[in-house]
Design a binder for this molecule. Sequence first.
Ligand SMILES: Cc1cc2nc3c(=O)[nH]c(=O)nc-3n(C[C@H](O)[C@H](O)[C@H](O)COP(=O)(O)OP(=O)(O)OC[C@H]3O[C@@H](n4cnc5c(N)ncnc54)[C@H](O)[C@@H]3O)c2cc1C
Length: 413
Amino acid sequence: MKTDVCVIGGGPAGLGAVKSACENGAKVVLLEREYRLGGILNQCIHNGFGLHYFGEELTGPEFAQRLANDVVNSKAKIFLNSTVSKVEKKADKKMIVTAESPEGVLQIEAKCVVFSAGCREKPAAGINLCGTRPAGIFTAGAAQKLVNIHGKMVGKNIVILGSGDVGLIMARRLTCEGANVIGVYEIMPNCGGLARNVAQCIKDFNIPLHLSTSIVEVVGKKRVEGVYVAPVKPDFSFDLSKKEFIKCDTLLLSVGLLPETDLLNDFNLERSPVTNSYAVNEYYQTSVPEIFICGNVMHVNDLVDNVTNEGIHAGKCASQFAKGGVPCENKIEITHDSHIKYTVPKYVYRGSGELKISFRVDKEYRRVMVKAKSGGEVISQTPHPVVRAGEMEQIKLDKSKIKDDLEILLEVI
Ligand SMILES: Cc1cc2nc3c(=O)[nH]c(=O)nc-3n(C[C@H](O)[C@H](O)[C@H](O)COP(=O)(O)OP(=O)(O)OC[C@H]3O[C@@H](n4cnc5c(N)ncnc54)[C@H](O)[C@@H]3O)c2cc1C
């Protein structure tokens, strides 16, 4: 089957990409491995989604349904239960995407690909968790799926390691389902999740949050019987003289999300070490021009509204690419100071129009000015009352002011 744009993954990023690629006149194929569209949103049954994108507060499935309706009503060809197993580029620059589907093996020939496969959770092995491996250890997202989709409770007395958003949300969810959430333990001195989740999921439910504290040993033969926790010193070693045993039957891990990039490994794309994904230009195009990425596979986002907008942008640019190309003269690398961990995009081109730059900072700063400098001049400055490591920030620039360089700086005022 031949198409202009092949979108891989039908979560909010992929749905946004399909919608905008169709609206911009491209022929689109969407491949999704699950039996329904929406991605992770389907298991996020709490509210708080859509305030920016739809201007109202929705649950995850409601948000997903609205996006899916647009896509189902578009001209895109949608294949569900279809897992992409290979992405290749032929000598004539056409992309070949292979998927295992109920109709057999599908081969899609596309002018370009939008890769929106989301992210996966770091498991116990990913953080060198010491101790035994009894039943009762779940990643927070697996627990979310069991409770919200399958209606199965994961335990009674629960300890959560890591203060990522999924862990905070599950602390509240499991409390509402009658579990005793003993505490959330975070190795860093600051919380990994959004301030709003700390307030609504932890403080409102009186769940203890222990910063600079981690689990040093899991105990239990058949089922988790408890964990040893210890304070973390500034050099990140554990103060074992103060280690303490916490009796529990379940341990949830919320220790980070990793972009699902494996299918693109063979392309040797330019990587972005901080995001664990690939460097992109302002079109969310990787170093192979036929491959666009967006959503959590590009960098882990906090808000699904931003994910959707990224998909919309990638879909629009991919359709433009399929129709003849995107302007790519006078490439400029965006640099930044040490307070900023990375920017998306990493590269821009001189021209006109608006440029949106997303970034994360290394720790919390209060009363800051985010400045963009080019040609020795400040071309934009945006005040922020507070910026936090756990929250993605965005600035918008007028591209016509960019000269031969672009630097993003964070100044405390
Ligand atoms: C476990 C988990 C729980 C989360 N819970 C929350 C929450 O409660 N609240 C919140 O605000 N945010 C939550 N998030 C963040 C959330 O992931 C994002 O806001 C958003 O869903 C990301 O959208 P996406 O489209 O990039 O990825 P996803 O929603 O993950 O969608 C990716 C899609 O790609 C498909 N896919 C992957 N590989 C293939 C393949 N090889 N072939 C075909 N299809 C494929 C997947 O099936 C999926 O449908 C959670 C994230 C995770 C990982």
